[in-house]
Design a binder for this molecule. Sequence first.
Ligand code: TYM
Length: 337
Amino acid sequence: MTTRFLTGITPSGIPHLGNYAGAIRPSVRSQWGADVDNFYFLADLHSLIKSQNPAQTQQSTLEIAATWIACGLDTDKVTFYRQSDIPEIPQLSWLLTCVTGKGLLNRAHAYKASVDKNREAGLDDDADVTAGLFMYPVLMAADIMMFKAHKVPVGRDQVQHIEMARDMAASFNHIYGQGQELLVLPEAVVDEQVATLPGLDGRKMSKSYGNTIPLFTPREQLRKLIMGIATDSRTPGEPKDTEGSAIFQLYQAFASTEETASMAKAFADGIAWGDAKAQLFERVDAELSPMRSVFDELMADPGKIEAILLQGAEKARTVATPLLAEMKKAVGLRDLR
Ligand code: TYM
């Protein structure tokens, strides 16, 4: 049986190394497997939750599309599209909304984090929380169900969302399936080695912490950023812990097993932080520099990116349209195609 993989990335700002190692690279690598069918998309509807700047939304969508292609996505082989080009997704999202307990959404990490922040600031729990943020996991579940994806390659921060999507699919099947599996229960696929890539300050690399390393930053800028990663005060010659070291974790995400083992030895032998960072920089730059040139070429020709996305949307809709019709029928709605 063919296994269908699906993953998305939210176009909110320039993609960073965490997005690359956590989602883009594993997806691009998995596109070549036998018996796999891959769906990759730009979650631009999700981006409206974070950004209400139209020019930025458009620019960022182009950048992320160019990134995937530059990272080696074969858009003839896989299905690569923009979420908002598939109007069936928000429709399916509503069908799922109506079988999803509010209590389930109350437990979503992103929502809870906003509530906690508001409480700390002495504000109302939901002070600045939009209904979009609250409903985020339902739209994400619709993204996955729309294409009957079995496996969803993501970073660790998204695992809870996939578990919620499973709950929603199970409720939908229970209520409407009459013993049949109408919607597929998806599974998260997390690359343990790079589950959460740390950022410049050692915390999870995240746009919201402002600690990211942009993926296609020019070489010299990349060097500067890597040389500036926070380290402890251990001096050259003093043994260093690999555990909890941002330098080591980043290196591991970009190096082979043998290279990682020799870096671990160098840590035990007391490598100077400056040398470890220089090696990290060379490793990251060697992997990224060929992609950087393709990215720059594509960004100079946005029409080409648009054409690829539109072709992808057509392909995606050949799956989405009949599936939505089937789901509407299952819940007792008429499909007006
Ligand atoms: P987003 O855009 O925040 O992140 C895209 C992917 O990158 C992973 N990631 C990381 N991985 C390792 N280390 C990090 N520091 C790091 N930061 C981000 C994320 O886990 C994610 O896999 N909600 C999703 C987009 C989405 C989606 C979907 C994904 C919408 N619908 C359906 C899968 C299936 C998001 O905002 O990811």
